[in-house]
Design a protein around this ligand. Structure first.
Ligand code: NAD
Length: 463
């Protein structure tokens, strides 16, 4: 262990020195790193598929969408925008600064730490790397120990594609993360749970290190009475894809629960059941279209949520499980008690509670009575409801008539608010997250207004 820790410290110091020596500042270097990342995901596609399947049982199509396709898209945006991102921007000045010019220039922060989660083991590790390298930083990446095959691909293969002096992948669990957090970083991007985030933030505070916390929460989907049956079906399919089809519900912006008017609940449940069967078959345990639960600890955490006697009676679909294959059936529940763990904790698995309300407008009060979610989803044809939800609830993002798709829009910052985290990234926001935008004012040696210099006296006061 001591040997491992010593080598970790050596690696970190190497990356810091590499930054301090100015190796990462010029644009060709940054561009070559982004191209290297792109070659990694393209050439190692098979290794990525195998690893994601091994750790999470994700189908190749889902793995391509979330771990490869989105990353390539982000890399292409960074490569085509880098020149504009790093260029200085002219700043306007007030008349009192005349005659001067000013500009804003982004500078890299230095050595940054990225601690990532297991549910999108490549996506959540590589997205921050794109921003950090585009901005000219060096990076230490600690992927999650819960997706060990993926972490090992990142540690053993990724360095062949990028500058090994600038990017260090350090594997390990909480003990290693704790050691890393003792070190002074120039920024930390943490993706994970609110509880661990508190530890991260406390450690960062000791060094006054800024942090981005990408956390989770309970993302509601408000489903209004949609009179057109075709639209209703589209809404239900999109909700199910953003639940069971999103790493088996193990996604921070997955739909956590549904809010619906009481009088529409029965129709909604029928449609949800029908579409779930269509997506995952009559024997869902045989499906390869839903990821498996990451490990036994999470399997039993989820099982306990539904085994609660007050909750089990509310299951209207599914409920079966198999410990050996870490399978939990796509499960739908109608009105589980609001004080049960399934309605107070982030679910992070294939359990979908539906909560009925007298009026769909009550969804606003329901959402506002709970911690601010990472995302709110609303499915409706009613413009007033949609507008009210956007204006009167607070969340990291909102998607209207869809769910999770906002993740791929690089023009929309990705990040939480309140309990779902703070700071943001994706697209240009990733570059900004790892840059300091420095203001520079420049002038010649002429044109001073005489009253700016002491001595202060009554004559100057009168002006
Ligand atoms: P986690 O907090 O258990 O672990 C996240 C990372 O922190 C891992 O790399 C882990 O090794 C490390 N870690 C664990 N214990 C630690 C400790 N005591 N000190 C320092 N580091 C420690 O979270 P998880 O199980 O990986 O992920 C699930 C949570 O993450 C959910 O709440 C989910 O919503 C959230 N999440 C958020 C996003 C996002 O982008 N906002 C994405 C994925 C997951």
């Amino acid at each position: 262990m001591a040997e491992k820790m010593r080598s970790m410290e050596v690696e970190v110091e190497e990356a810091r020195e590499y930054f301090n020596n100015g190796n990462t500042k010029d644009m060709p270097w940054r561009r070559s790193q982004l191209k290297g990342l792109r070659r990694f995901v393209k050439e190692q596609e098979e290794a990525i598929f195998r690893a994601v399947n091994q750790d999470l049982g994700k189908h190749q199509v889902e793995a391509y969408r979330d771990e490869i396709g989105t990353v390539i898209k982000s890399l292409d945006i960074a490569l085509s925008s880098l020149k504009s991102w790093i260029s200085k921007k002219k700043a306007a000045l007030p008349v009192v600064a005349f005659p001067s010019t000013a500009y804003l220039v982004p500078e890299p922060l230095g050595l940054v730490l990225v601690i990532s989660s297991w549910n999108y083991p490549f996506g959540l590790a590589l997205e921050p790397l794109i921003g950090a390298l585009a901005a000219g930083n060096t990076v230490v990446l600690k992927p999650s120990e819960l997706s060990p095959t993926c972490s090992s691909v990142l540690a053993s293969i990724l360095p062949n594609y990028i500058d090994k002096n600038a990017v260090k992948v350090i594997q390990g669990g909480a003990d290693v993360a704790q050691k890393l957090l003792d070190i002074k970083w120039d920024k930390i991007l943490f993706t994970g749970s609110p509880n661990v985030a508190r530890t991260v933030m406390a450690a960062a505070a000791k060094h006054l290190t800024p942090v981005i916390l990408e956390l989770g929460g309970k993302c509601p989907a408000v489903i209004d009475n949609i009179s057109c049956s075709v639209d209703r079906k589209v809404a239900v399919k999109r909700v199910l894809a953003a639940k069971f089809g999103a790493c088996g519900g193990q996604a921070c912006i997955a739909v956590d629960y549904i809010l619906v008017e009481k009088k529409n609940a029965e129709k909604l449940v029928d449609l949800l059941k029908k579409c779930t069967k269509k997506m995952f078959g009559e024997n869902p345990q045989d499906t390869n279209s839903m990821a498996r639960i990451v490990n036994k600890q999470h399997f039993f955490r989820l099982k306990n949520l539904i085994d609660d006697p007050k909750v089990i009676s509310t299951i209207v679909h599914g409920g079966s499980s198999d410990e050996n294959s870490l399978f939990i059936e796509p499960t739908i529940l109608l009105d589980p008690p609001l004080d049960s763990a399934i309605m107070t904790d982030e679910i992070f698995g294939p359990l979908l509670p539906i909560i009925t309300l007298e009026k769909i407008e009550d969804s606003i009060r329901f959402i506002n009575a709970r911690p601010k979610p990472l995302a709110v989803y609303v499915f409706s044809n009613n413009s007033k409801l949609k507008k009210n939800i956007v204006s009167n609830t607070s969340s990291g993002s909102v998607a209207i008539n869809d769910a999770m798709i906002q993740y791929v829009a690089d023009t929309i910052p990705f990040g939480g608010v309140g309990g779902s985290g703070f700071g943001r990234y994706h697209g240009k926001f990733s570059f900004e997250a790892f840059s300091h935008e420095k203001g520079v004012l420049q002038r010649g040696f002429f044109g001073d207004i005489w009253f700016r210099f002491p001595p202060w006296n009554a004559h100057k006061l009168r002006l």
